[in-house]
Ligand binder design. Structure first.
Ligand code: F6P
Length: 342
């Protein structure tokens, strides 16, 4: 009987549990045993594991988060980390590993497969939807749903108070969530990292709008920045993958807009609310299907691949291609913003 390890790394994402269910139940069909590795790469470093029984995962598709836990541990940044990973993989008598994650987790998976010959398959998950070779990633549908319904709600309060309301949306250096939720929620201005914005033009456009309408909604990505300015950071500290913690652009716009337009302005940070709660049906289906695909890749011994939904199909791509660059919003798509702006 083959033993296949499965781990979830990086930020949690709604739909991960469905993916775990897909892995375990497809494994059952093959007669494989699935071993859950706790808290991402940390679990493999510390041998924190447990067998995943069929009945344990049967009803988890509607559960948010990840039953395995997660972390942003980077074994390449830990002394002896890679040796430990290799040894523990052997000691746990694993035949293969399925790593579910975004750019960070899957970069580690790619290197472990390439340099250490560990048989690994990836699964594309991140609410940010910024992995290359994906149409969408596990968690991204739910995150957009949550942000959209927040924007929907803000319309009525902004209108009642004749205010400008700024909504800060997660997504680091890619504006997918902000663009999609902003368009779906009818935000009047959408500010994404891919297109630096002109602050003075924004003030003018808001003032102009308030001659016709009494309120404005602005959706701003946490990584968006004004022309000539930089990202707004919560702290300069970096995580194990070198990321700074973004956040604060909403508050800073609130102050600037109020000062320069004279219109009462408020801001809301959606933050981790976007990752929490019940997964949308589309994330559950995507999770189940990518989990099954990952186990198929293991059976076919197609290691170094990532299970993905790409070009309208459940498919696989090289991990290398998935992690080599971020999937940001192309110019053609960002131009959509202008059509609906103001
Ligand atoms: O990568 C997903 C994400 O939710 C980003 O959108 C956000 O910037 C980051 O994680 C927040 O990380 P943490 O959960 O470590 O605060």
């Amino acid at each position: 009987m083959k033993r296949v390890g499965v781990l979830t790394g990086g930020g949690d994402a709604p739909g991960l549990n469905a993916a775990i269910k897909g892995v375990v139940l497809k494994g059952r069909e093959y007669g494989y045993e699935t071993i859950g590795i706790k808290k991402g790469w940390a679990g493999l470093l510390n041998k924190e594991t447990g067998a995943l029984r069929d009945d344990e995962v049967q009803d988890i598709q509607a559960l948010g988060g990840t039953i395995l836990g997660t972390s942003r541990t980077n074994p390449y940044k830990i002394e002896d980390g890679i040796r430990k990973i290799r040894e523990n993989f052997e000691e746990l008598m694993l035949d293969a590993l399925i790593a579910m994650g975004g750019e960070d987790t899957l970069s580690v998976a790619y290197k472990l497969n390439r340099d250490e010959n560990i048989p690994i398959v990836g699964v594309a998950k991140t609410i940010d939807n910024d992995l290359s070779c994906t149409d969408c990633t596990i968690g991204s549908y739910t995150a957009v749903d949550i942000a959209t319904s927040a924007i929907d709600k803000l319309h009525t309060t902004a209108c009642s108070h004749s205010r400008v309301m700024v909504v800060e949306v997660m997504g680091r250096h890619a504006g997918w969530m902000t663009l999609h939720a902003g368009l779906a929620g009818g935000a009047h201005f959408i500010l994404i990292p891919e297109v630096p914005f002109d602050l003075h033009l924004l003030y003018e456009r808001i003032k102009e709008r308030h001659k016709r309408k009494n309120y404005t909604i602005i959706a701003v990505a946490e990584g968006a920045m004004p022309i000539g300015g930089g990202e707004v950071l919560q702290t300069e500290e970096r995580d194990a993958f070198g990321h700074v913690r973004l956040g604060g652009i909403g508050k800073s716009l609130e102050k600037l807009i109020q000062k320069h337009t004279g219109i009462e302005t408020r801001s809301v940070v959606l933050g981790h609310l976007q990752r929490g709660g019940t997964p949308a049906p589309s994330d559950r289906i995507l999770g189940l299907r990518l989990g099954v695909k990952a186990m198929e890749l293991v059976k076919e011994e197609r290691f170094g691949q990532m299970a993905t939904y790409y070009k309208g199909e459940i498919d696989s791509v090289n991990l290398k291609d998935a992690v080599s660059e971020l999937k940001t919003i192309p110019e053609g798509l960002s131009k959509l913003i202008q059509i609906f702006e103001g």
